[in-house]
Design a protein around this ligand. Structure first.
Ligand SMILES: *Cc1c(COP(=O)(O)O)cnc(C)c1O
Length: 364
């Protein structure tokens, strides 16, 4: 049996073992075709089925309404920071952004290149340690769209529910919590995510775009490859898509389906987060959560500090020896970050909180 470490990396993240085994079994001869799907034409029938089944399965599993289309793109969430305003914001138009962390800040920087940006809310004054209350957001009813980061990977905050933006389409950077729980699609116009946290390998960017919002995209002045219009009309086959990454994405979705779909994933994620936060809260003299408002705590990335930086270094090193990878907090926050994306199992988190308890007992 191959040795597999317990992977708490913030991204790229671990993939479900069953999905990897499937990929391994099909790697050299994809379903009797005599070649790897990696080597197949993106215009051929084998890849075509992978492409359309991945889109359909993602739409179904995520409970996405029928008026959405799934686009399979490249460039990461970071390119979406620019593509969204490039397609939907003109110099005389305004968009709302809620600033809840480093990724939101980067999205805001790009949007300013294309139009007016209003900051509808910000947790920068409190160093992003909680989310602004939804009721406190200063939303512009005439905004072209309102942009939020649903899960702030670095600071460990996540919106329990989304703002009511009325007629204004909500644009969500969902890179680090996409397909982790059921969501309310009512106000959403566009969702984007790099695949490498919850959906598959790096190299694929998944966008879900609502038709009514898509209709408002600019028709001129956007380079062909950066226009949603191109990918919408050509069903993400204008040029060569990242075929192997799309195939692994589909394999991961089939795993989600096999364990009971989104409701089961949501329950697993709730259970995992309860284990980690429960352990933090049960040892308040040793572990200190960095998120000040419990309602803003992320189910995907739990961030906490230990009494000293030396103990934090020791925690990360001893955890690695015990088989737990990727626990060092982002350099801008320090401390510990436990990234428990979909592929991390409740049993693995149970093992890890055992390590946390032992460490607190022996070093506290
Ligand atoms: C990881 C991450 C990004 C960056 O994604 P890339 O695909 O590397 O561009 C953007 N936003 C959030 C919330 C992230 O977690």
């Amino acid at each position: 049996m191959t040795h597999r470490i317990i992977n708490f990396n913030p991204g790229p993240a671990g993939l479900p073992l069953q999905a990897l085994q499937r990929v391994q079994a099909e790697l050299l001869d994809y379903r009797g075709s005599g070649l790897s799907i990696m080597e197949a034409s993106h215009r051929g029938k084998d890849y075509d089925a992978v492409h359309s089944e991945a889109q359909a399965l993602f739409q179904r599993l995520f409970g996405m309404p029928d008026d959405f289309k799934v686009l399979l793109l490249q460039g990461g969430a970071s390119l979406q920071f620019a593509m969204v305003p490039m397609n939907f914001l003109a110099p005389d138009q305004s968009a709302d952004y809620v600033n809840t962390g480093e990724w939101a800040t980067k999205a805001i920087k790009e949007a300013k290149l294309f139009g007016k940006v209003r900051i509808a809310g910000s947790s920068e004054p409190i160093h992003f340690s909680a989310l602004p209350a939804l009721a406190s957001l200063d939303l512009d009813p005439d905004a072209r769209y309102c942009h939020i980061t649903t899960n702030n990977t670095i600071f460990g905050t996540q919106y329990p529910t989304y703002p009511d933006t009325g007629e204004v389409p909500l644009v969500c950077d969902m890179s680090s919590d996409i397909l982790s729980r059921r969501i309310d699609w009512t106000h959403i116009g566009l969702v984007y995510a790099g695949a490498q946290k919850n959906l598959g390998p790096s190299g694929l960017t998944v966008v879900a775009l609502r038709e009514s919002f898509y209709q408002k995209a600019k028709t001129t002045g956007v380079p062909t490859m950066l226009a949603y219009r191109t990918h919408w009309e050509k069903d993400s086959l204008f040029n060569t898509p990242p075929t192997f990454a799309v195939y692994i994405f589909k394999t991961v979705l089939e795993w989600v389906d096999s364990i009971g779909g989104l409701a089961a994933v949501e329950q697993r994620n709730r259970d995992k987060a309860a284990l980690v936060y429960g352990t933090i809260d049960a040892n308040p003299d040793f572990f200190r959560g960095t998120v000040t408002d419990p309602a803003s705590r992320s189910q995907m990335n739990a961030t906490f500090r230990l009494p000293t930086e030396d103990l934090e270094k020791q925690f990360v090193a001893e955890a690695l020896k015990a088989g737990f990878l990727g626990l060092k907090g982002h350099r801008s926050v320090g401390g510990i970050r436990v990234s428990m994306y979909n592929a991390v199992s409740p049993e693995q988190v149970q093992e890890f909180v055992g390590f946390m308890e032992t460490f607190a007992r022996t070093h506290g």
